[in-house]
Design a protein around this ligand. Structure first.
Ligand SMILES: Cc1cc2nc3c(=O)[nH]c(=O)nc-3n(C[C@H](O)[C@H](O)[C@H](O)COP(=O)(O)OP(=O)(O)OC[C@H]3O[C@@H](n4cnc5c(N)ncnc54)[C@H](O)[C@@H]3O)c2cc1C
Length: 325
C-alpha cells in the first residue's frame, strides 16, 4: 500500500498525500488513530482515478467529507482515506445551483443567499460538506437536504460515473441508500426558489442564533448529535428528540475520561481534550442503557463508527439479539 501511495505522489500534488496520518486531525471529534494513506482531492478526474485504482488494487478505502459525523477507532484505518475537497460552485439556471460534494455546506448556504435563493437557510450551521449532508440526509428544524436535491453525480462501486435522482436514493430521516453503498458523491444539483437576499439573510441569522444557544461553539470537539431522534408517536407529529429522553434519563453530567455529555444538550458528546474512541463507545453505551431503562427506547447511532471490530460494536448493544433456532 505504501508503494502505491508513493506512486500517487507522481500525479497528485505531493503535499496532498499523507502517510500514517492521524485521523483525529481530520474529524471534528478529534479522535482516531492513523490511516495508512490519506489523500485530499480537489478535482473530479483525480478523485475518480484514485477510487478506480484503489478498487482495482483491492485496497480498503473510505471517503471522508468534513469529518463531522464519524468516530474513527483508536486503531485508525488500515487503508486509504480519500478526503473529498471538490468545492466549485455555480448557478446552472436562475434557481439551480451545482456544486462539488466537498464544498462546506455553509458555503453553499451563503452562495444561495448571495443569489437571493431560498430553501437552504435551515441547513445553516450544520458542519461538514454538501456530499456528507446528502449521504446522511442532514437537516434541522424539520427540513432536510433531500427536499432541495435535484440530482447527484456519483462514482459507483465499479468506478463509473453515474447521475442519480432523489427517488433512486431512498431518502428518509438521516438516511439514504448511499450510506450503505460505496458510491462516492462527486457533485450535486440543488433547486431553490427566488426570494430576496435580505429575507434569506434574516432567516440564516435566525437559525445561526438558535443553534448558538444550544450547540457547542464552533471549534469544540464534537460530532453533533450522537443518536438519531425517534419516530413520532403519531403520524404527522414531530420526531421525539433523543436529547430530551437522555436529559430525562439523567445523562447530563456523564463522562468517561475526556468523553463527556455536553452540558446544554444530552444527545451531544464532546471531547474535552484527550478522549479516546473507546471512551466514547463506553459513554454512549451508558447513555443508551439509561434511555432504555428509563424510557424503554433503543437509541440508534447517527454518528458513523469506523474501524471498530464487530466484538467492540457488539458490546455497545443494549439488547442482545438471541439467535433464532
Ligand atoms: C456541532 C455539530 C452540529 C451538527 N448539527 C447537525 C444537524 O443539525 N443536523 C444534521 O443532520 N447533522 C448535524 N451534524 C452532523 C454532521 O455535521 C452532518 O451529518 C454532516 O452532514 C456530515 O457531513 P460531513 O461532510 O462532515 O460527513 P463525514 O463526517 O465526512 O462523513 C459522514 C459519512 O458520509 C460519507 N460521505 C461523506 N461525503 C461523502 C461523499 N461525497 N460521497 C459518499 N459518501 C460520503 C462518509 O463516508 C461517512 O460515512 C452536526 C455535527 C456537529 C459537529
Amino acid at each position: 500500500m505504501r508503494e502505491w501511495g508513493e506512486s500517487l505522489r507522481t500525479w497528485l500534488p505531493p503535499e496532498s498525500v499523507f502517510f500514517n496520518c492521524p485521523l483525529r486531525e481530520k474529524t471534528t471529534l478529534r479522535i482516531g488513530g492513523e490511516a495508512s494513506v490519506v489523500v485530499e482531492i480537489h478535482q473530479k478526474e483525480p478523485l475518480t482515478r484514485v477510487i478506480q485504482e484503489a478498487i482495482r488494487e483491492g485496497f480498503p478505502w473510505f471517503l471522508l467529507g468534513g469529518g463531522s459525523n464519524v468516530l474513527f477507532s483508536d486503531e485508525g484505518f488500515r487503508g486509504l482515506v480519500v478526503i473529498n475537497c471538490l468545492n466549485e460552485i455555480r448557478l446552472t439556471s436562475p434557481t439551480q445551483i451545482e456544486c462539488g460534494a466537498g464544498l462546506p455546506l455553509l458555503d453553499f448556504v451563503r452562495f444561495s443567499e448571495e443569489c437571493g435563493l431560498s430553501g437552504s437557510e435551515d441547513l445553516a450551521g450544520i458542519p461538514g460538506s454538501v456530499g456528507g449532508a446528502i449521504v446522511g440526509n442532514a437537516g434541522a428544524f424539520g427540513r432536510n437536504i433531500a427536499e432541495i436535491l435535484d440530482y447527484v453525480d456519483i462514482v459507483n462501486e465499479d468506478g463509473e460515473l453515474q447521475r442519480l435522482t432523489p427517488h433512486e436514493l431512498d431518502f428518509d430521516y438521516r438516511e439514504s441508500r448511499l450510506k450503505y453503498s460505496n458510491d462516492v458523491v462527486v457533485s450535486a444539483g440543488l433547486s431553490l426558489s427566488n426570494s430576496g437576499e435580505a429575507e434569506v439573510s434574516g432567516r440564516i441569522q435566525e437559525i445561526l442564533d438558535l443553534r448558538a444557544g444550544k450547540h457547542p461553539a464552533w471549534g469544540v470537539a464534537t460530532a453533533g448529535s450522537f443518536f438519531k431522534n425517534l419516530p413520532p408517536e403519531n403520524p404527522g407529529d414531530r420526531r421525539i428528540a433523543a436529547g430530551l429522553i437522555l436529559d430525562r434519563a439523567g445523562a447530563l453530567g456523564l463522562s468517561v475520561g475526556d468523553a463527556a455529555v455536553f452540558e446544554k444538550h444530552a444527545n451531544i458528546v464532546v471531547n474535552r481534550g484527550h478522549a479516546t474512541a473507546v471512551q466514547v463507545l463506553e459513554l454512549t453505551t451508558i447513555m443508551k442503557r439509561l434511555a432504555y431503562e428509563s424510557a424503554g427506547v433503543l437509541l440508534e447511532e447517527e454518528v458513523r463508527r469506523i474501524g471498530f471490530s464487530q466484538a467492540e460494536l457488539e458490546k455497545t448493544q443494549v439488547l442482545k439479539v438471541e439467535p433464532t433456532e
